[in-house]
Write a protein that binds this ligand. Sequence first.
Ligand code: GLN
Length: 557
Amino acid sequence: MPAKYIFVTGGVVSSLGKGLAAASIGCLLESRGLKVNIMKFDPYLNVDPGTMSPFQHGEVFVTDDGAETDLDLGHYERFTHAKLSRDNNWTTGRLYEQIIAKERRGDYLGKTVQVIPHVTNEIKAAMKKVAQDVDVAIVEVGGTVGDIESLPFMEAIRQMRQELGRDHTTFVHVTLVPFIAAAQELKTKPTQHSVKELLSIGIQPDILLCRTDRFLAKDLKSKIALFCNVEEEAVITAKDVASIYEVPLNFAHEGVDTLVLKYLGIEAPNRDLSKWEDIVHRSYNPKDTVTIGIVGKYVEYEDSYKSLKEALVHGALAHNLKLQLNWIEAEGLETGDKSYESQLEDYDGILVPGGFGKRGIEGMLIAIRYARENKVPYFGICLGMQTACVEFARNVVGLAEANSSEFDPATPHRVIYKLRELRGVEELGGTMRLGAWTCKIEPNTLAHNIYGALEVSERHRHRYEFNREYEEPMTAAGLRISGSTPDGTYVEMIELPEHPHFIACQFHPEFKSKPLEPHPLFRTFIGAAYEYGQKRQTEKESTAVEMFHRPEKVGRR
Ligand code: GLN
C-alpha cells in the first residue's frame, strides 16, 4: 500500500511547537502499530544549519549519516523510531543547489527552469523518498503560512492532495488561540486569519491544533470549526505543558490519532501509551532533585543545547529525579580570584558541552579543575573532552601553556590539534568529522562499565582531535584513554580512574538519548551526581551536628 501523508503547517507566529506536534503525532501513530517517517522542510536559503550561529538557529542536530539538520529532527527521533538521515531535512538552499547543479549538467534539456514545476517537483520527490516503506509520512513545513519563502513548499503539498486524494493526505495546521488579559477572553481571530491565508493558496486544513494556555470550551471550538470550515472534533486544544513528553498524551486525549486515522482511512489497533504515561508520571512525581551545572557559552539561549538538556532529563527520569539545570556562562568564571568557587560549589555534577571558538575556554578550564580536584562528577562532551585534556595537561602534567590549536595556534603544546584528515580544508560547510563512527571501548574502564559493551556507535561533529604525541605523558600522569576508533587513530573517550566519575567523550551522546531509552552516559552521570550530592549533604549535616555539640571549636566562648 502506498504511504499516506500528514502535512504539518504553522500559522500566526513561529515557535508554536510544530516540530513537537509532528513528533507527537508520529508517536501516537506508532503506538497504534503503524510505521512512520518524519521530515522537515526549512524555507531559508542556507544549505543546512551547520554554519549558522546557535543564536540564530538553535542546536544543529546530527544524524547517523552525518547530516547537520534542524533541531526538530531531534524531537522526531526522541518521540518515534523513525530512522532519520539527510533525506529528512531539506532547506530551500539545498534544493536550489541540487536544481542548479542539474541545470548546469543540462538535465533539463534546454527547458526554462521554474519554481512550478521544477522546484515543486523536487520537493515532492523528496517527500516521496522518505515515504517509501512506511505507512505514514509526516511532513513539517517550517516557517509560518504567509511567508514568501515557504510558498513553493505550500504549493507542493497542495499538489500532493491533488495528486493523491483526500484519503491519502491530511493537513494539520498549528495556530495560536491567545488569551487576552484585558478582555479576559480567548481570541479566535488570529486562527481565522491564518486559515484564510492557507485557503488563499488552495489548502483547506483538516485538523487545527490550537496552541493555548487553557482548555478550549465547546462553544469556542464550534466557532472556530464554523469559521474555518473544519469538523468540530478537529479543533484540538494544544495546551501548554510543563513536560514536552505530555504532548502525545494530551493529543491522544483530544483524539488526534483517531481523527487522522479516520481521515486517512486507516484501520489500526488501539493505542498503547503506557510507557509514555510512566514517563510523564515520573516527571511530575520525582523522589528528589539533582542539580547540574552546565558551563558553556550560548548558555542564555537554551535552544542551542536542546538535545543535551533532554538527554539530562532522560538521565534524571531514569532515577526518578527532577533535574535542576543551571546554565553557567563560562566567561563569568574568569574572575582572576577564587570567587568562581561560590559559583560552582552547589552543583552535584558539572558538565562542559560542545562548542566552538575561544570565548569562555579559560572559564571552562577553571570549572573542570574544580570538578577534578573536588571530586565532583564531571561529564565532558566534545569540546568538554578537549578542554578536560588541556586542563589535565596544564595542571597535572605541568605543561602550563598546553592548549588546543583552535584557541591558540602558536601554543608550544598542542594537546588538541586539527583533525589530520582535515588539514588544508578551509571551507566551513559540512567539512567536519560528522555522523556515526564506531568507538572501541577499553575493557575494565568506567566507559566499559557504563556501556556494558566493547564497541559502540556514536555521532560526531568536530574539527579537532586529541594529539597522540601527548598520550604517553598524560597517561603516565593518570589519564586513561578509554575509547578510540577501531584503527586507533582517534581518541574518543578519556577518564580519570582516580576520580569517582570523571569521563569525557569526543562524540555527542545526547543525540541518541530518548526518554524511553536514556543514554547510559547520561543515566550514570546523573546517578553519580545524585550520589555525590547525597554524600555532600550528609557530610554537611554531620559537620553541623558536630558544631552544635562542640561550640568551643568554632570559638563561641
Ligand atoms: N570546537 C571543537 C572542534 O571543532 C569542538 C566541537 C564540538 O564541541 N562540537 O573539534
